[in-house]
Design a protein around this ligand. Structure first.
Ligand code: HEC
Ligand code: HEC
Ligand code: HEC
Ligand code: HEC
Length: 162
């Protein structure tokens, strides 16, 4: 409601008690009540069983943390953190992957790497609260040119999904 964005401030001049000037002042935009967090693929299962099952049985993303584990011994801590951006969900973003210990539900690249953070949608169940139509741009954060080996955008917009 528009009224909430304003409050009225009055400046009274003590020596001229009869004169006061009132001005509407815009309040700074309220921060979102909570950041839209990541919940992990399993939280989607109860309502999207078909997509969940197809994803976890066919998409390599659903076990992409394992690709880091396989090579971990040869990598420095810093190099390993470099893998997280693409091989986990939401690394470096609010409510995203932090570590295997503290955020095990986000350790693989899950539904939310394409559909965006789902915390609001799992409660509201509204389409408006989820990215229902990922585009190539949503893939490009991770499928950069050196890594496009098994990837053809156009025919495979649903590739790596379900
Ligand atoms: C409690 C049930 C529930 C959970 C949990 C849930 N969804 Fe949904 N989802 C729905 C419903 C209901 C719709 C259909 C909404 C409509 O048609 O208006 C929907 C629609 C969608 C759509 C299609 C949106 C569109 O624009 O057509 C996508 C994509 C989606 N969900 C992804 C997810 C993902 C990813 C998760 C997990 C992070 C998830 N959902 C968790 C109930 C749920
Ligand atoms: C957060 C990063 C990320 C995003 C965003 C992303 N991918 Fe991926 N994708 C990966 C990773 C990582 C793998 C490889 C997993 C492995 O083998 O460990 C992969 C694998 C794939 C594969 C290989 C085949 C398979 O079975 O999984 C296809 C195809 C693919 N992705 C398509 C897409 C498409 C299409 C989009 C956009 C709609 C997309 N990806 C968005 C990270 C991402
Ligand atoms: C910029 C995003 C990105 C980063 C960073 C990244 N990967 Fe990947 N990785 C991908 C994508 C995308 C694929 C799938 C490539 C394909 O099949 O086209 C993949 C595939 C793989 C595979 C499977 C290769 C195969 O032949 O099946 C392994 C293993 C892997 N990555 C390990 C790592 C490790 C370890 C790191 C960190 C040192 C890392 N990746 C960093 C995006 C990334
Ligand atoms: C690699 C990207 C990617 C991943 C990962 C992914 N999806 Fe999707 N999803 C898509 C695309 C692309 C569409 C089709 C959108 C359109 O029609 O424009 C889609 C559509 C959907 C829809 C709408 C119904 C349909 O089939 O068109 C639902 C629901 C959905 N996804 C849920 C999920 C759930 C749950 C997961 C995880 C288990 C998941 N998605 C993982 C890319 C992805």
């Amino acid at each position: 409601m528009i009224l909430r964005k304003y409050y009225v401030t009055c400046l009274s001049f003590g020596f001229l008690a009869a004169v006061s000037i009132c001005l509407p002042v815009q309040l700074p935009a309220a921060p979102p009540a909570q950041p839209i967090n990541y919940v992990g693929s399993q939280a989607c299962q109860q309502c999207h069983e078909k997509e969940y099952r197809a994803f976890t049985s066919h998409a390599k993303k659903s076990s992409s943390y394992q690709s880091i584990v396989r090579l971990r011994k040869e990598l420095t801590e810093e190099e390993i953190r470099g893998c997280y951006v693409c091989h986990t969900t939401g690394y470096g973003k609010p409510g995203g992957f932090v570590s295997e210990q503290s955020t095990p539900h986000l350790k693989n690249a899950g539904c939310e790497v394409c559909h965006g953070p789902g915390a609001v949608h799992v409660t509201s169940q509204a389409s408006a609260d989820i990215n229902g139509h990922p585009t190539e741009q949503d893939c490009e954060a991770c499928h950069i040119s050196e890594r496009v080996r098994a990837f053809r955008y156009k025919p495979l917009i649903r590739g790596g999904a379900h």
